[in-house]
Write a protein that binds this ligand. Structure first.
Ligand code: ADP
Length: 552
């Protein structure tokens, strides 16, 4: 028959202890009993020595019914930080735990038929340092069932408590993270049933608390079509282990509301690599989708407008070309009869000049002057209509050399007015030579013509930006009123009388057409009485990779 102690220890310590106890029955084992068991109180000495407490996997203490410690193992010494058995044996157990905690254990033992497990208590080691522990205890009874003492098996719960606390902390952090992310996050089991969802997901589903979703499926909350598609996706993900990333879905609620989400679903595996569920993240992109739709709409409208504009532009270009051709043909055809008129006038003057009265001769001379002026207009019109015709190839033009040539051509006016033309460093361009010459010629000629300074001076310079050349033709001439600057470039626009300054008013219109034909801009700045600056740009594509040469 087993002794009561054996029964109790068996209950408390489980199978290992049982084996050890039965072994301790034989005489050999008895001889080798640990020194740690001190036999101080006689009634249960016999029982105690049966137990080789050192064989037990946990700290173990035996006390008498008054709570005095009779024996313990080495693990117990270690747990209470005692140096030797003298530190612990014979002392009341309440040196290591509060009286109330000890009373609690005794009460449990009485209530639960002499055996309790896993009572959480706070213990103190020998230096008074407190630590949490878990105690299982049993009453030691004699053969008559009289309680002789108590055996207590103590487990240090510090590490377990720390682990639990850190788990609780981590769970708290996880919950805060889940609920503060605006995306809907959910975990589902292998049958696509919700295990856990975050608050934003609960809100979207119209739930008061995330717990309300647990155990339910998408079919409980969404339109059947959507729920079925989601279910099929999820079952495939869990079957194949392949995640679904950023699938754009149209989510239909049961009440018919529609939202757009970008859904990502990732399978969750257990430690054996078996898929046990999935985690889903769904980002609401309804606003983005609406914006996208608006943009698409705006884009279509814009496209239509652009096409309409392109059509108008093509139409304009065509009618401009027609107009240019018409101007060209008309001005060209006008030249022949005009030439005939002028020839007949000169015949009249030569052959009948002496027969005409004074007034008649004067009229004839005026007709001749008017015809000459008409010829000038026709020439300018011809020139203007030629600018638009693309019959001229680009060629290498060193502007420094070109400007020398222009200065030579303008020599008569330069010398007659004792003027100066100063030219800065200019680039080499690949461009229509005739038009660039015409452009500079018109501007420099104007600078000299509309100039009453003692030494009329025209300066030509060039500045380079990453995308274009900016040319400037500056004079110290009579200047232009600010209010007139806007209409300078209109065809046949003249600000000064023909008696004072020669010209047709077509020069700047020709300049504008040339510059714009290359994709550039032209404009004027002026201070009345001080001088004017005419600036124009030419895109860099006409340049020769920063080839700026000077003529000194
Ligand atoms: P034109 O020189 O044949 O008169 P433009 O088209 O070259 O025609 O010039 C138009 C008008 O602009 C000129 O009649 C003149 O009144 C004014 N203008 C042009 N260049 C200058 C300048 N450098 N200084 C002052 N006025 C100018």
């Amino acid at each position: 028959m087993l002794s009561p102690l054996k029964i109790i220890l068996g209950l408390v310590l489980g199978p290992i202890a049982k084996t050890r106890l039965s072994r301790s029955h034989n005489a050999q084992a008895r001889d080798s009993l640990s020194e740690s068991i001190v036999l101080s109180l006689s009634p249960i000495n016999e029982k105690i020595i049966e137990a080789d407490l050192n064989l037990y996997p946990d700290a173990t203490v035996i006390a008498d019914m008054s709570g005095n410690i009779l024996g313990c193992n080495k693990l117990c010494l270690h747990l209470f930080k005692c140096k030797s058995m003298d530190d612990i044996l014979g002392r009341p157990i309440t040196n290591f735990m509060s009286e109330s905690e000890y009373s609690k254990i005794i009460k449990f033992l009485e209530e639960k038929d002499g055996e309790v497990r896993g009572v959480e208590v706070l213990l103190s080691d020998i230096s008074g340092h407190k630590f949490p522990a878990e105690i299982s205890a049993g009453l030691i009874r004699d053969s008559e069932g009289e309680s002789l003492g108590i055996i207590l098996v103590v487990r240090d719960a510090t590490e377990r408590k720390r682990l639990i606390e850190s788990l609780i902390q981590e769970k708290k952090m996880f919950d805060v993270l889940m609920d503060s992310i605006p995306d809907a996050i959910y975990f589902k089991d292998a049958n696509s049933r919700f295990i856990k969802i975050n608050r934003p997901k609960a809100l979207r589903m119209g739930l008061k608390s995330p717990d309300e979703a647990v155990g339910k499926t998408d079919f409980d909350f969404y339109h059947e079509d959507f729920a079925r598609e989601a279910y099929e996706d999820e079952q495939r993900i869990m079957r194949t282990g392949e995640p679904l990333i950023g699938k754009v879905e149209e989510v239909k609620s049961r009440d018919g509301r529609v939202r757009w989400v970008s859904a990502t679903k990732i399978p969750i595996m257990d430690e054996n690599g078996r898929v046990v569920g999935l985690v889903g993240i769904s980002r609401d992109i309804t606003d983005l989708k609406l914006m996208e739709k608006k943009l698409e709409h705006a884009y279509m409208e814009l496209k239509e407008r652009v096409e309409e504009l392109q059509r108008i532009q093509r139409e304009l270009e065509r009618s401009n070309r027609e107009l240019e051709n018409y101007t060209y043909v008309v001005s060209h055809d006008l030249k022949a009869p005009l030439r005939a008129i002028r020839s007949f006038i000169s015949f009249l003057l030569e052959d009948y000049g002496d027969k005409l009265e004074g007034e008649g001769l004067e009229y004839l001379k005026r007709i001749d002057a008017a015809a000459a002026r008409m010829n000038e207009f026709i020439e300018d019109l011809l020139l203007l209509s030629r600018v638009g015709r693309k019959f001229m190839e680009v060629e290498r033009v060193d502007l420094n050399e070109l400007l020398d040539e222009i200065i030579q051509d303008l020599k008569p006016i330069i010398e007659s007015k004792r003027a100066r033309v100063i030219v800065g460093k200019l680039p080499v361009l690949y461009i229509q030579r005739v038009w660039i010459k015409q452009l500079f010629m018109n501007l420099i000629d104007n600078g000299l013509k509309f100039n009453k300074s003692e030494v009329p001076t025209v300066e030509v310079s060039c500045e380079e930006t990453p995308s274009e050349y900016i040319f400037r033709v500056r004079d110290n001439g009579i200047g232009i009123r600010e209010e007139h600057l806007g209409r300078l470039f209109n065809l046949f626009e003249r600000l000064h009388s023909g008696e004072e300054y020669e010209g047709t008013g077509a020069g700047l219109a020709i300049c504008k057409k040339i510059v714009e034909g290359w994709g550039g801009r032209i404009w004027a700045e002026s201070v009345l009485g001080k001088g004017s600056t005419f600036s124009f740009t030419i895109p860099k594509k006409y340049g020769s990779m920063g080839d700026v040469k000077g003529n000194g």
